[in-house]
Design a protein around this ligand. Structure first.
Ligand SMILES: Nc1ncnc2c1ncn2[C@@H]1O[C@H](COP(=O)(O)OP(=O)(O)OP(=O)(O)O)[C@@H](O)[C@H]1O
Ligand SMILES: [Mg+2]
Length: 233
């Protein structure tokens, strides 16, 4: 991340009449809000980073920039290798398609061919433990079932960089433990991790480095334990 700025517009009117009155009075209809305000840092291959900060501090925005879902207003975000993001529950899934069809869709988005996906299909379903519902349209899935499918697909692709935003929290305890074990395995194999979670003990244990965001700026960048301590202060 090199000098990254991302701003959003905040609307201050909620009806045509209000907009008209505000325009006549020359009041601003929107103000700018800096979600990320000049962020620079580098993440080396194989590092594990915890992205920390209070609600609204810009963590999800940062992951979306890394995954390419959002583009920065100024500055540069450069990544090398395949990036897989588990950013929002249900993101990357089509509600009217079945779990099976969505596995292929999701895997294709992550850059896998149909043949590669077919080869790994059984493992993906087995890891997710939702075989019984695999032909159900995913709009009827629970949050945990979405997570199970999305996580299974992501870890069965050839990713170099795995981004995880909070979504593990919708999984039940046994599945969370299984995910964490798999994340540690991926890290041991040299994959790069960027993890966002409000489970501070879990992330400081999982990640070596912590980046603490506050008001869109990097407040601290160092050992994850120290970042967590600073946040709790
Ligand atoms: N598309 C958007 N339009 C307007 N404002 C946005 C948009 N996306 C994010 N924001 C604003 O940017 C700020 C940062 O949001 P972000 O989702 O990155 O926070 P976060 O650190 O992930 O918080 P949380 O811990 O609650 O998940 C928030 O104030 C949010 O309202
Ligand atoms: Mg968030």
């Amino acid at each position: 991340m090199d000098g990254v700025h991302k701003e959003f517009k905040l609307r201050h009117t909620h009806s045509i009449k209000e907009t008209f009155v505000a325009a006549v009075r020359r009041k601003p209809l929107t103000t700018k809000f800096h979600a990320l305000d000049g962020i620079s840092f580098e993440v080396g291959q194989g590092e594990s980073i915890a992205l920390l900060g209070y609600n609204g501090s810009g963590k999800s925005t940062m992951l979306k920039l890394i995954s390419g879902v959002l583009l920065p207003d100024t500055g540069r975000v450069l990544t090398r290798g395949r990036v897989a993001g588990l950013i929002e529950v249900g993101a990357g899934f089509h509600p009217d398609l079945s779990g099976r069809e969505n596995i292929f869709l999701n895997a294709a988005i992550l850059g896998m061919s149909k043949k590669e996906t077919e080869e790994r299909y059984d493992d993906i379903v087995a890891f997710s433990e939702i075989e019984q519902f695999i032909d159900t349209e995913v709009k009827h899935y629970s949050s945990g079932m979405f997570l199970r499918l999305a996580f299974s697909v992501a870890i069965h692709t050839e990713v170099d960089i795995l981004l995880i935003d909070e979504i593990l929290s919708v999984g039940d305890e046994p599945f969370q433990q299984k995910c964490l074990a798999r994340i540690r395995e991926l890290h041991a194999k040299g994959k790069t991790l960027v993890v966002v979670s409000h489970d501070l003990d879990m992330v400081s244990d999982l990640c070596e480095r912590g980046i603490l965001l506050k008001d869109g700026k990097v407040r601290y960048d160092g050992a994850s334990k120290d970042a967590v301590a600073l946040m709790r202060n």
